[in-house]
Design a protein around this ligand. Structure first.
Ligand SMILES: C[S@@+](CC[C@H](N)C(=O)[O-])C[C@H]1O[C@@H](n2cnc3c(N)ncnc32)[C@H](O)[C@@H]1O
Length: 218
């Protein structure tokens, strides 16, 4: 099945509200647990979250690593408004939210100790926007963790995944999930993107719809 692009930034107010209020406990906690299994129990460096959305994973990371700093960037002002609001309600999870669009955003640091991202890759018309940003803000030893959807083989499989995993969600979230599945990359495409970017990262399909990409910058 051919990739079908979806809008890059999430700026529609109803879409943003539905996403910010959705329950992503299983996927987001799973992401953080996977990161923790590789980073260990203590981290006091600076982490970068690319395409942070409403900041749920940024804040989960800050809770697990209270001695760390998190810089979280997103190109959607509407998403960041939710992120700031949720962050004000939980001041013990300090995250610095930055409005900016990859690849042109200029971040506060030239390099980060950890770079992570969830569900940004499939939004990008050109996947190298992510991989080149990772390279730009990584230095030797930076740990990289990226999770995203994998494009199913057919529209029928995409519809099955929506009814299996999102049947209890509001219609707008079901629609977004469907479009995101069609916009996602295949496992083989991601392998090709990393080779083109000269990034030696591990790529593992961790479920029927998710791929996890990780490694340490050489
Ligand atoms: C599906 S959301 C994921 C949000 C968050 N990472 C999470 O897991 O909940 C994708 C986010 O990427 C943002 N985004 C898309 N393209 C971007 C770009 N070029 N630069 C910065 N943010 C971008 C969108 O605005 C949206 O908030």
């Amino acid at each position: 099945m051919q990739r079908q692009l979806e809008p890059e930034l999430m700026e529609d107010p109803q879409q943003v509200k539905a996403y910010a209020q959705a329950d992503f406990e299983q996927a987001h906690n799973g992401f953080i647990m996977r990161v923790k299994s590789m980073v260990g129990g203590h981290f006091d460096g600076v982490a970068l979250d690319l395409g942070c959305g409403a900041g749920d994973i940024s804040r989960r990371f800050a809770r697990v690593y209270p001695d760390s700093q998190v810089h979280a960037v997103d190109g959607s002002a509407a998403m960041l408004a939710y992120a700031q609001e949720l962050a004000h309600a939980a001041p013990s999870e300090p995250v610095r939210f930055i409005l900016g669009r990859l690849p042109t955003v200029i971040l506060p640091q030239s390099a980060y100790d950890i770079i992570f991202s969830n569900s940004l890759l499939h939004h990008l018309p050109d996947p190298q926007i992510l991989w080149q940003t990772v390279k730009r803000y990584a230095s030797v030893g930076t740990q990289i963790f990226i999770m995203d959807l994998v494009r199913p083989d057919s529209v029928a499989t995409a519809k099955q995944l929506v009814s299996c995993y999102a049947h209890n969600e509001p219609a707008i979230l079901q629609r977004d999930f469907y479009h995101s599945l069609l916009a996602a990359f295949s496992y083989e495409e991601i392998i090709g993107q990393l080779a083109a970017a000269d990034l030696a990262l591990d790529v593992v399909q961790i479920s029927d719809r998710h791929v996890f990409i990780s490694g340490v910058m050489a």
